[in-house]
Design a protein around this ligand. Structure first.
Ligand SMILES: Nc1ncnc2c1ncn2[C@@H]1O[C@H](COP(=O)(O)OP(=O)(O)OP(=O)(O)O)[C@@H](O)[C@H]1O
Length: 231
Protein backbone atom coordinates (compact mmCIF):
# COMPACT_ATOMS: atom_id res chain seq x y z
CA UNK A 1 0.00 0.00 0.00
CA UNK A 2 1.36 3.47 -0.82
CA UNK A 3 2.42 5.62 2.10
CA UNK A 4 0.72 8.92 2.94
CA UNK A 5 3.87 10.77 1.93
CA UNK A 6 5.90 8.74 -0.50
CA UNK A 7 9.28 10.08 -1.53
CA UNK A 8 11.12 8.13 -4.20
CA UNK A 9 14.67 8.57 -5.45
CA UNK A 10 14.74 12.27 -4.63
CA UNK A 11 17.68 14.46 -5.64
CA UNK A 12 17.68 18.15 -4.65
CA UNK A 13 20.03 20.99 -3.78
CA UNK A 14 20.92 24.61 -4.29
CA UNK A 15 22.23 26.00 -7.58
CA UNK A 16 24.71 23.43 -8.79
CA UNK A 17 25.36 21.97 -5.39
CA UNK A 18 23.53 18.70 -4.84
CA UNK A 19 22.52 18.03 -1.22
CA UNK A 20 20.04 15.13 -1.38
CA UNK A 21 20.97 11.95 -3.21
CA UNK A 22 18.43 9.28 -4.11
CA UNK A 23 16.35 9.77 -0.94
CA UNK A 24 13.48 7.31 -0.61
CA UNK A 25 11.21 7.42 2.40
CA UNK A 26 7.63 6.78 3.39
CA UNK A 27 5.49 8.42 6.03
CA UNK A 28 2.29 6.79 7.30
CA UNK A 29 -0.90 8.88 7.56
CA UNK A 30 -0.59 9.07 11.32
CA UNK A 31 2.28 9.00 13.81
CA UNK A 32 5.69 10.57 14.19
CA UNK A 33 8.71 10.09 11.96
CA UNK A 34 12.11 11.51 12.93
CA UNK A 35 14.70 12.73 10.46
CA UNK A 36 18.11 12.65 12.14
CA UNK A 37 21.63 13.44 11.04
CA UNK A 38 24.54 15.69 11.86
CA UNK A 39 24.71 19.39 10.91
CA UNK A 40 24.63 19.78 7.15
CA UNK A 41 23.31 16.25 6.50
CA UNK A 42 20.41 17.67 4.47
CA UNK A 43 17.49 17.55 6.93
CA UNK A 44 16.27 21.12 6.32
CA UNK A 45 16.80 20.68 2.58
CA UNK A 46 14.53 17.63 2.71
CA UNK A 47 11.81 19.58 4.57
CA UNK A 48 12.03 22.43 2.03
CA UNK A 49 11.77 20.01 -0.86
CA UNK A 50 8.70 18.35 0.66
CA UNK A 51 6.90 21.66 1.08
CA UNK A 52 8.06 22.93 -2.32
CA UNK A 53 10.36 25.77 -1.28
CA UNK A 54 13.01 23.92 -3.24
CA UNK A 55 12.33 22.02 -6.46
CA UNK A 56 12.95 18.30 -6.74
CA UNK A 57 15.71 17.80 -9.28
CA UNK A 58 14.82 14.19 -9.79
CA UNK A 59 12.49 11.64 -8.24
CA UNK A 60 8.98 11.93 -6.90
CA UNK A 61 7.19 13.39 -3.89
CA UNK A 62 3.68 11.91 -3.64
CA UNK A 63 1.22 13.07 -0.98
CA UNK A 64 -2.08 11.37 -0.29
CA UNK A 65 -1.77 9.42 -3.53
CA UNK A 66 -0.90 12.39 -5.80
CA UNK A 67 2.41 13.43 -7.26
CA UNK A 68 3.02 16.93 -5.84
CA UNK A 69 6.63 17.25 -7.01
CA UNK A 70 5.80 20.08 -9.42
CA UNK A 71 3.14 21.84 -7.30
CA UNK A 72 3.64 25.30 -5.78
CA UNK A 73 4.12 25.56 -2.01
CA UNK A 74 0.68 27.18 -1.56
CA UNK A 75 -0.99 24.24 -3.24
CA UNK A 76 0.88 21.78 -1.04
CA UNK A 77 -0.17 23.71 2.05
CA UNK A 78 -3.76 23.70 0.84
CA UNK A 79 -3.51 19.96 0.24
CA UNK A 80 -2.69 19.53 3.95
CA UNK A 81 1.03 20.00 4.52
CA UNK A 82 1.95 22.29 7.43
CA UNK A 83 5.52 23.53 7.81
CA UNK A 84 7.24 25.02 10.85
CA UNK A 85 10.63 26.20 9.58
CA UNK A 86 13.68 26.41 11.81
CA UNK A 87 13.57 30.24 11.92
CA UNK A 88 11.47 33.29 11.12
CA UNK A 89 8.17 31.55 11.50
CA UNK A 90 6.29 34.28 13.39
CA UNK A 91 5.67 37.96 12.64
CA UNK A 92 7.79 39.56 15.36
CA UNK A 93 6.00 42.93 15.43
CA UNK A 94 2.50 41.54 15.42
CA UNK A 95 0.81 40.45 18.62
CA UNK A 96 0.17 36.78 19.32
CA UNK A 97 -3.52 37.46 18.57
CA UNK A 98 -2.71 38.99 15.18
CA UNK A 99 -0.23 36.25 14.31
CA UNK A 100 -3.02 33.75 14.90
CA UNK A 101 -5.55 35.92 13.05
CA UNK A 102 -3.30 36.05 9.97
CA UNK A 103 -2.79 32.29 10.12
CA UNK A 104 -6.50 31.63 10.55
CA UNK A 105 -7.31 33.36 7.23
CA UNK A 106 -6.24 30.13 5.56
CA UNK A 107 -8.19 28.02 8.00
CA UNK A 108 -11.14 25.89 7.09
CA UNK A 109 -12.43 25.75 10.65
CA UNK A 110 -14.14 28.60 12.51
CA UNK A 111 -12.80 27.47 15.90
CA UNK A 112 -9.21 26.91 14.70
CA UNK A 113 -7.70 29.61 16.97
CA UNK A 114 -9.53 28.22 20.01
CA UNK A 115 -8.19 24.79 19.16
CA UNK A 116 -4.61 26.15 19.08
CA UNK A 117 -5.15 27.86 22.44
CA UNK A 118 -6.31 24.53 23.86
CA UNK A 119 -3.12 22.88 22.64
CA UNK A 120 -0.93 25.72 23.94
CA UNK A 121 -2.80 27.51 26.78
CA UNK A 122 0.29 29.66 27.48
CA UNK A 123 -0.39 31.56 24.26
CA UNK A 124 -3.80 32.55 25.61
CA UNK A 125 -2.08 34.50 28.38
CA UNK A 126 0.05 36.40 25.86
CA UNK A 127 -2.46 37.39 23.19
CA UNK A 128 -1.61 41.10 23.24
CA UNK A 129 2.16 40.66 23.42
CA UNK A 130 4.26 41.25 20.28
CA UNK A 131 5.52 37.87 19.09
CA UNK A 132 9.09 39.21 18.98
CA UNK A 133 9.06 39.60 22.77
CA UNK A 134 7.97 36.01 23.49
CA UNK A 135 10.40 33.54 25.02
CA UNK A 136 12.00 31.00 22.66
CA UNK A 137 9.56 28.32 23.80
CA UNK A 138 6.48 30.52 23.44
CA UNK A 139 7.61 31.55 19.97
CA UNK A 140 7.93 27.91 18.94
CA UNK A 141 4.46 27.23 20.35
CA UNK A 142 3.11 30.13 18.30
CA UNK A 143 4.87 28.89 15.17
CA UNK A 144 3.48 25.37 15.65
CA UNK A 145 0.07 26.85 16.47
CA UNK A 146 0.09 28.92 13.28
CA UNK A 147 0.89 25.85 11.22
CA UNK A 148 -1.95 23.99 12.97
CA UNK A 149 -4.44 26.68 11.89
CA UNK A 150 -4.24 25.31 8.35
CA UNK A 151 -5.59 22.01 9.74
CA UNK A 152 -2.66 20.03 8.31
CA UNK A 153 -2.75 16.30 7.75
CA UNK A 154 1.04 16.27 7.74
CA UNK A 155 3.11 18.60 9.93
CA UNK A 156 6.80 19.21 9.22
CA UNK A 157 8.74 20.46 12.24
CA UNK A 158 12.30 21.67 11.77
CA UNK A 159 13.97 21.73 15.20
CA UNK A 160 10.90 22.64 17.27
CA UNK A 161 12.91 22.88 20.50
CA UNK A 162 15.91 24.86 19.24
CA UNK A 163 16.57 27.77 21.59
CA UNK A 164 13.90 26.56 24.01
CA UNK A 165 14.52 26.45 27.75
CA UNK A 166 14.72 22.87 29.01
CA UNK A 167 11.67 23.27 31.26
CA UNK A 168 9.47 24.09 28.26
CA UNK A 169 10.93 21.41 26.01
CA UNK A 170 8.96 18.76 27.90
CA UNK A 171 5.73 20.67 27.43
CA UNK A 172 6.27 21.00 23.67
CA UNK A 173 7.29 17.33 23.41
CA UNK A 174 4.10 16.18 25.11
CA UNK A 175 1.98 18.26 22.73
CA UNK A 176 3.81 16.80 19.73
CA UNK A 177 3.31 13.24 21.00
CA UNK A 178 -0.39 14.09 21.34
CA UNK A 179 -0.57 15.62 17.82
CA UNK A 180 1.13 12.58 16.29
CA UNK A 181 -1.78 10.45 17.51
CA UNK A 182 -4.12 12.12 15.02
CA UNK A 183 -1.94 13.39 12.15
CA UNK A 184 1.41 12.60 10.52
CA UNK A 185 4.35 14.48 12.02
CA UNK A 186 7.89 14.67 10.66
CA UNK A 187 10.32 15.97 13.23
CA UNK A 188 13.88 17.16 12.63
CA UNK A 189 15.49 17.45 16.04
CA UNK A 190 18.92 17.61 17.64
CA UNK A 191 17.61 16.15 20.90
CA UNK A 192 17.75 12.49 20.04
CA UNK A 193 15.70 11.27 23.01
CA UNK A 194 12.98 13.79 22.34
CA UNK A 195 12.83 12.97 18.62
CA UNK A 196 12.59 9.26 19.33
CA UNK A 197 9.82 9.82 21.87
CA UNK A 198 7.70 11.68 19.32
CA UNK A 199 8.61 9.31 16.48
CA UNK A 200 7.64 5.70 15.88
CA UNK A 201 10.06 5.46 12.98
CA UNK A 202 13.32 7.21 12.17
CA UNK A 203 15.45 7.96 9.13
CA UNK A 204 19.08 8.96 9.54
CA UNK A 205 20.62 11.08 6.79
CA UNK A 206 24.34 11.08 6.15
CA UNK A 207 25.68 13.48 3.53
CA UNK A 208 22.31 13.66 1.86
CA UNK A 209 21.62 9.92 1.73
CA UNK A 210 19.46 7.70 3.91
CA UNK A 211 22.11 5.83 5.87
CA UNK A 212 19.94 4.10 8.45
CA UNK A 213 16.23 3.65 9.11
CA UNK A 214 13.97 1.64 11.35
CA UNK A 215 11.56 1.61 14.26
CA UNK A 216 12.51 4.33 16.77
CA UNK A 217 13.50 1.77 19.42
CA UNK A 218 15.72 -0.16 17.02
CA UNK A 219 17.42 2.98 15.71
CA UNK A 220 18.09 4.19 19.26
CA UNK A 221 19.82 0.93 20.08
CA UNK A 222 21.73 0.68 16.80
CA UNK A 223 25.50 0.96 17.40
CA UNK A 224 25.87 2.65 13.96
CA UNK A 225 23.69 5.58 15.01
CA UNK A 226 26.33 7.56 16.87
CA UNK A 227 28.67 7.28 13.91
CA UNK A 228 26.12 9.15 11.78
CA UNK A 229 25.39 11.76 14.46
CA UNK A 230 28.95 12.50 15.59
CA UNK A 231 30.28 15.86 14.34
N1 LIG B 1 20.62 28.35 0.55
C1 LIG B 1 21.64 27.51 0.40
N2 LIG B 1 22.52 27.63 -0.61
C2 LIG B 1 23.56 26.78 -0.79
N3 LIG B 1 23.82 25.73 0.04
C3 LIG B 1 22.99 25.57 1.09
C4 LIG B 1 21.87 26.44 1.33
N4 LIG B 1 21.25 26.01 2.46
C5 LIG B 1 21.93 24.93 2.89
N5 LIG B 1 22.98 24.66 2.08
C6 LIG B 1 23.94 23.55 2.22
O1 LIG B 1 23.25 22.33 2.08
C7 LIG B 1 23.78 21.36 2.98
C8 LIG B 1 22.67 20.77 3.82
O2 LIG B 1 22.11 21.78 4.63
P1 LIG B 1 20.81 21.56 5.51
O3 LIG B 1 20.43 22.89 6.09
O4 LIG B 1 19.80 20.83 4.74
O5 LIG B 1 21.39 20.60 6.66
P2 LIG B 1 20.75 20.17 8.04
O6 LIG B 1 20.92 18.69 8.12
O7 LIG B 1 19.37 20.72 8.17
O8 LIG B 1 21.75 20.88 9.07
P3 LIG B 1 21.47 21.57 10.50
O9 LIG B 1 21.29 20.45 11.45
O10 LIG B 1 22.73 22.32 10.72
O11 LIG B 1 20.27 22.46 10.36
C9 LIG B 1 24.84 22.07 3.80
O12 LIG B 1 26.10 21.74 3.25
C10 LIG B 1 24.54 23.54 3.61
O13 LIG B 1 25.68 24.32 3.68
Amino acid sequence: MPEFLDIKHLDAGYGRSQVLFDVTLGIPWRGGVAVLGRNGAGKTTLMKTIVGELPAWKGEVAFDGRDISRRATQERVRAGIGYVPQEHSVFARLSVRDNLAVGSLASRKADAVDHVLTIFPKLGQRLDQPAGTLSGGERKMLAIGRAMLGDPKLLLLDEPTEGVWIGVIEEITERLIELAKSIAVIIVEQHLDLALRVADYAYVLDRGRVALQGQAGDVRGNPELMRYLAP
